[in-house]
Design a protein around this ligand. Structure first.
Ligand code: KIV
Length: 304
């Protein structure tokens, strides 16, 4: 279906909920720029997340903490353009970065509005459980749908003591179930469950009417999310247990750049088929380059 502008109608939060009701899995993937977004859109994913994981996979930090709201807005706008170019219906959600929503609900609403107005996202995601109920209510009341995120919440890496599986004992599992229910009651349209035991994810997914999106939370979740760079196998250094590399593009990229390098060094690239010719180019010898000659143009003609 198309809108009045001819653009395809985007997947809404209500549609995501209907997918859960029908038992259809939701496929979500991160993207950080227009090219990646176009390819993900063309592949037909349901949801694209501009994750603050860009701090690690794009910016090279060892956590997501240095990512700013300006940077999230900047990358979201790129991804929005890439999805538009693909004619994609994917729902676009963007992370609220560390420091943009924790201090006050007012700041959180302002940050969410910037992500929508300037970044072009349809909803925002924020990390945290029951403590964020008021913040979530305020953002939703302002008209911006919110995706929750509990379990391993990377913005709290120092509090959690590392990137470790959460909710392994009964008490912590119970607390996560309470958090999930609180997020649903606060108005979240979906919740990411990151790195929790599959048994707990199954219980949470069964108890919530809103979709759960798992990453390291097993197959019972209503959908799955992975970081695009992990799907593509771009990083040889580390593959978390919950990731499946669906391609090995790291090696492909190295190989392609290596072949380019070899051909440049050998002088075999560019070849005849890569060069431009012009029969109208007239080269006029310049006798003395320091001497100004108004009567002689340097080079005439244009590339064809
Ligand atoms: O930032 C991110 O990419 C995420 C997903 C891994 C859920 O939050």
């Amino acid at each position: 279906m198309s809108t009045q502008t001819g653009a395809p109608r985007r997947i809404t939060v209500n549609e995501l909920r209907r997918l859960k009701e029908r038992g259809e899995k939701i496929a979500m993937v991160t993207a950080y720029d227009a090219t990646a977004a176009r390819l993900c859109g063309e592949a037909g994913v349901d949801v694209v997340l501009v994750g603050d994981s860009l701090g690690m996979v794009v910016q090279g930090h060892d956590s997501t903490l240095p990512v700013t709201l300006d940077q999230m807005v900047y990358h979201s706008a790129m991804v929005r353009r890439g999805l538009a170019r693909a004619g994609s219906r994917a729902h676009l959600v963007g992370d609220l970065p560390f420091g943009s929503y924790q201090a006050s609900a007012d700041e959180a609403v302002t940050a969410a509005m910037r992500m929508v107005a300037e970044g072009g996202v349809e909803s925002v995601k924020l990390e945290g459980g029951s403590d964020y109920v008021e913040v979530i209510r305020r953002i939703v009341r302002a008209g911006v749908p919110v995706m929750g995120h509990i379990g391993l919440t990377p913005q709290s890496v120092h509090k959690l003591g590392g990137y470790v599986v959460q909710g392994k004992d009964a008490e912590k599992a119970q607390a996560l179930l309470r958090d999930a229910r609180a997020l649903e009651a606060a108005g979240c349209y979906a919740v990411v469950l990151e790195c929790i035991p599959t048994e707990l994810a199954r219980v949470i997914s069964g108890q919530l009417a809103i979709p759960t999106i798992g990453i390291g939370a097993g197959p019972s979740c209503d959908g799955q999310v992975l970081v695009l760079n992990d799907i593509l196998g771009l990083d040889d250094a580390f593959t978390p247990r919950f990731v499946r590399r669906f391609a090995e593009l790291g090696g492909e990229v190295r190989g392609a750049v290596g072949r380019y390098l070899a051909e440049v060094k050998a002088g075999t690239f560019p070849a005849e088929e890569h060069v431009f010719h012009s029969s109208s180019v007239r080269l006029v010898p310049v006798a003395d380059e320091t001497e100004e000659r108004e009567d002689l143009p340097g080079v005439m003609g244009a590339p064809v």
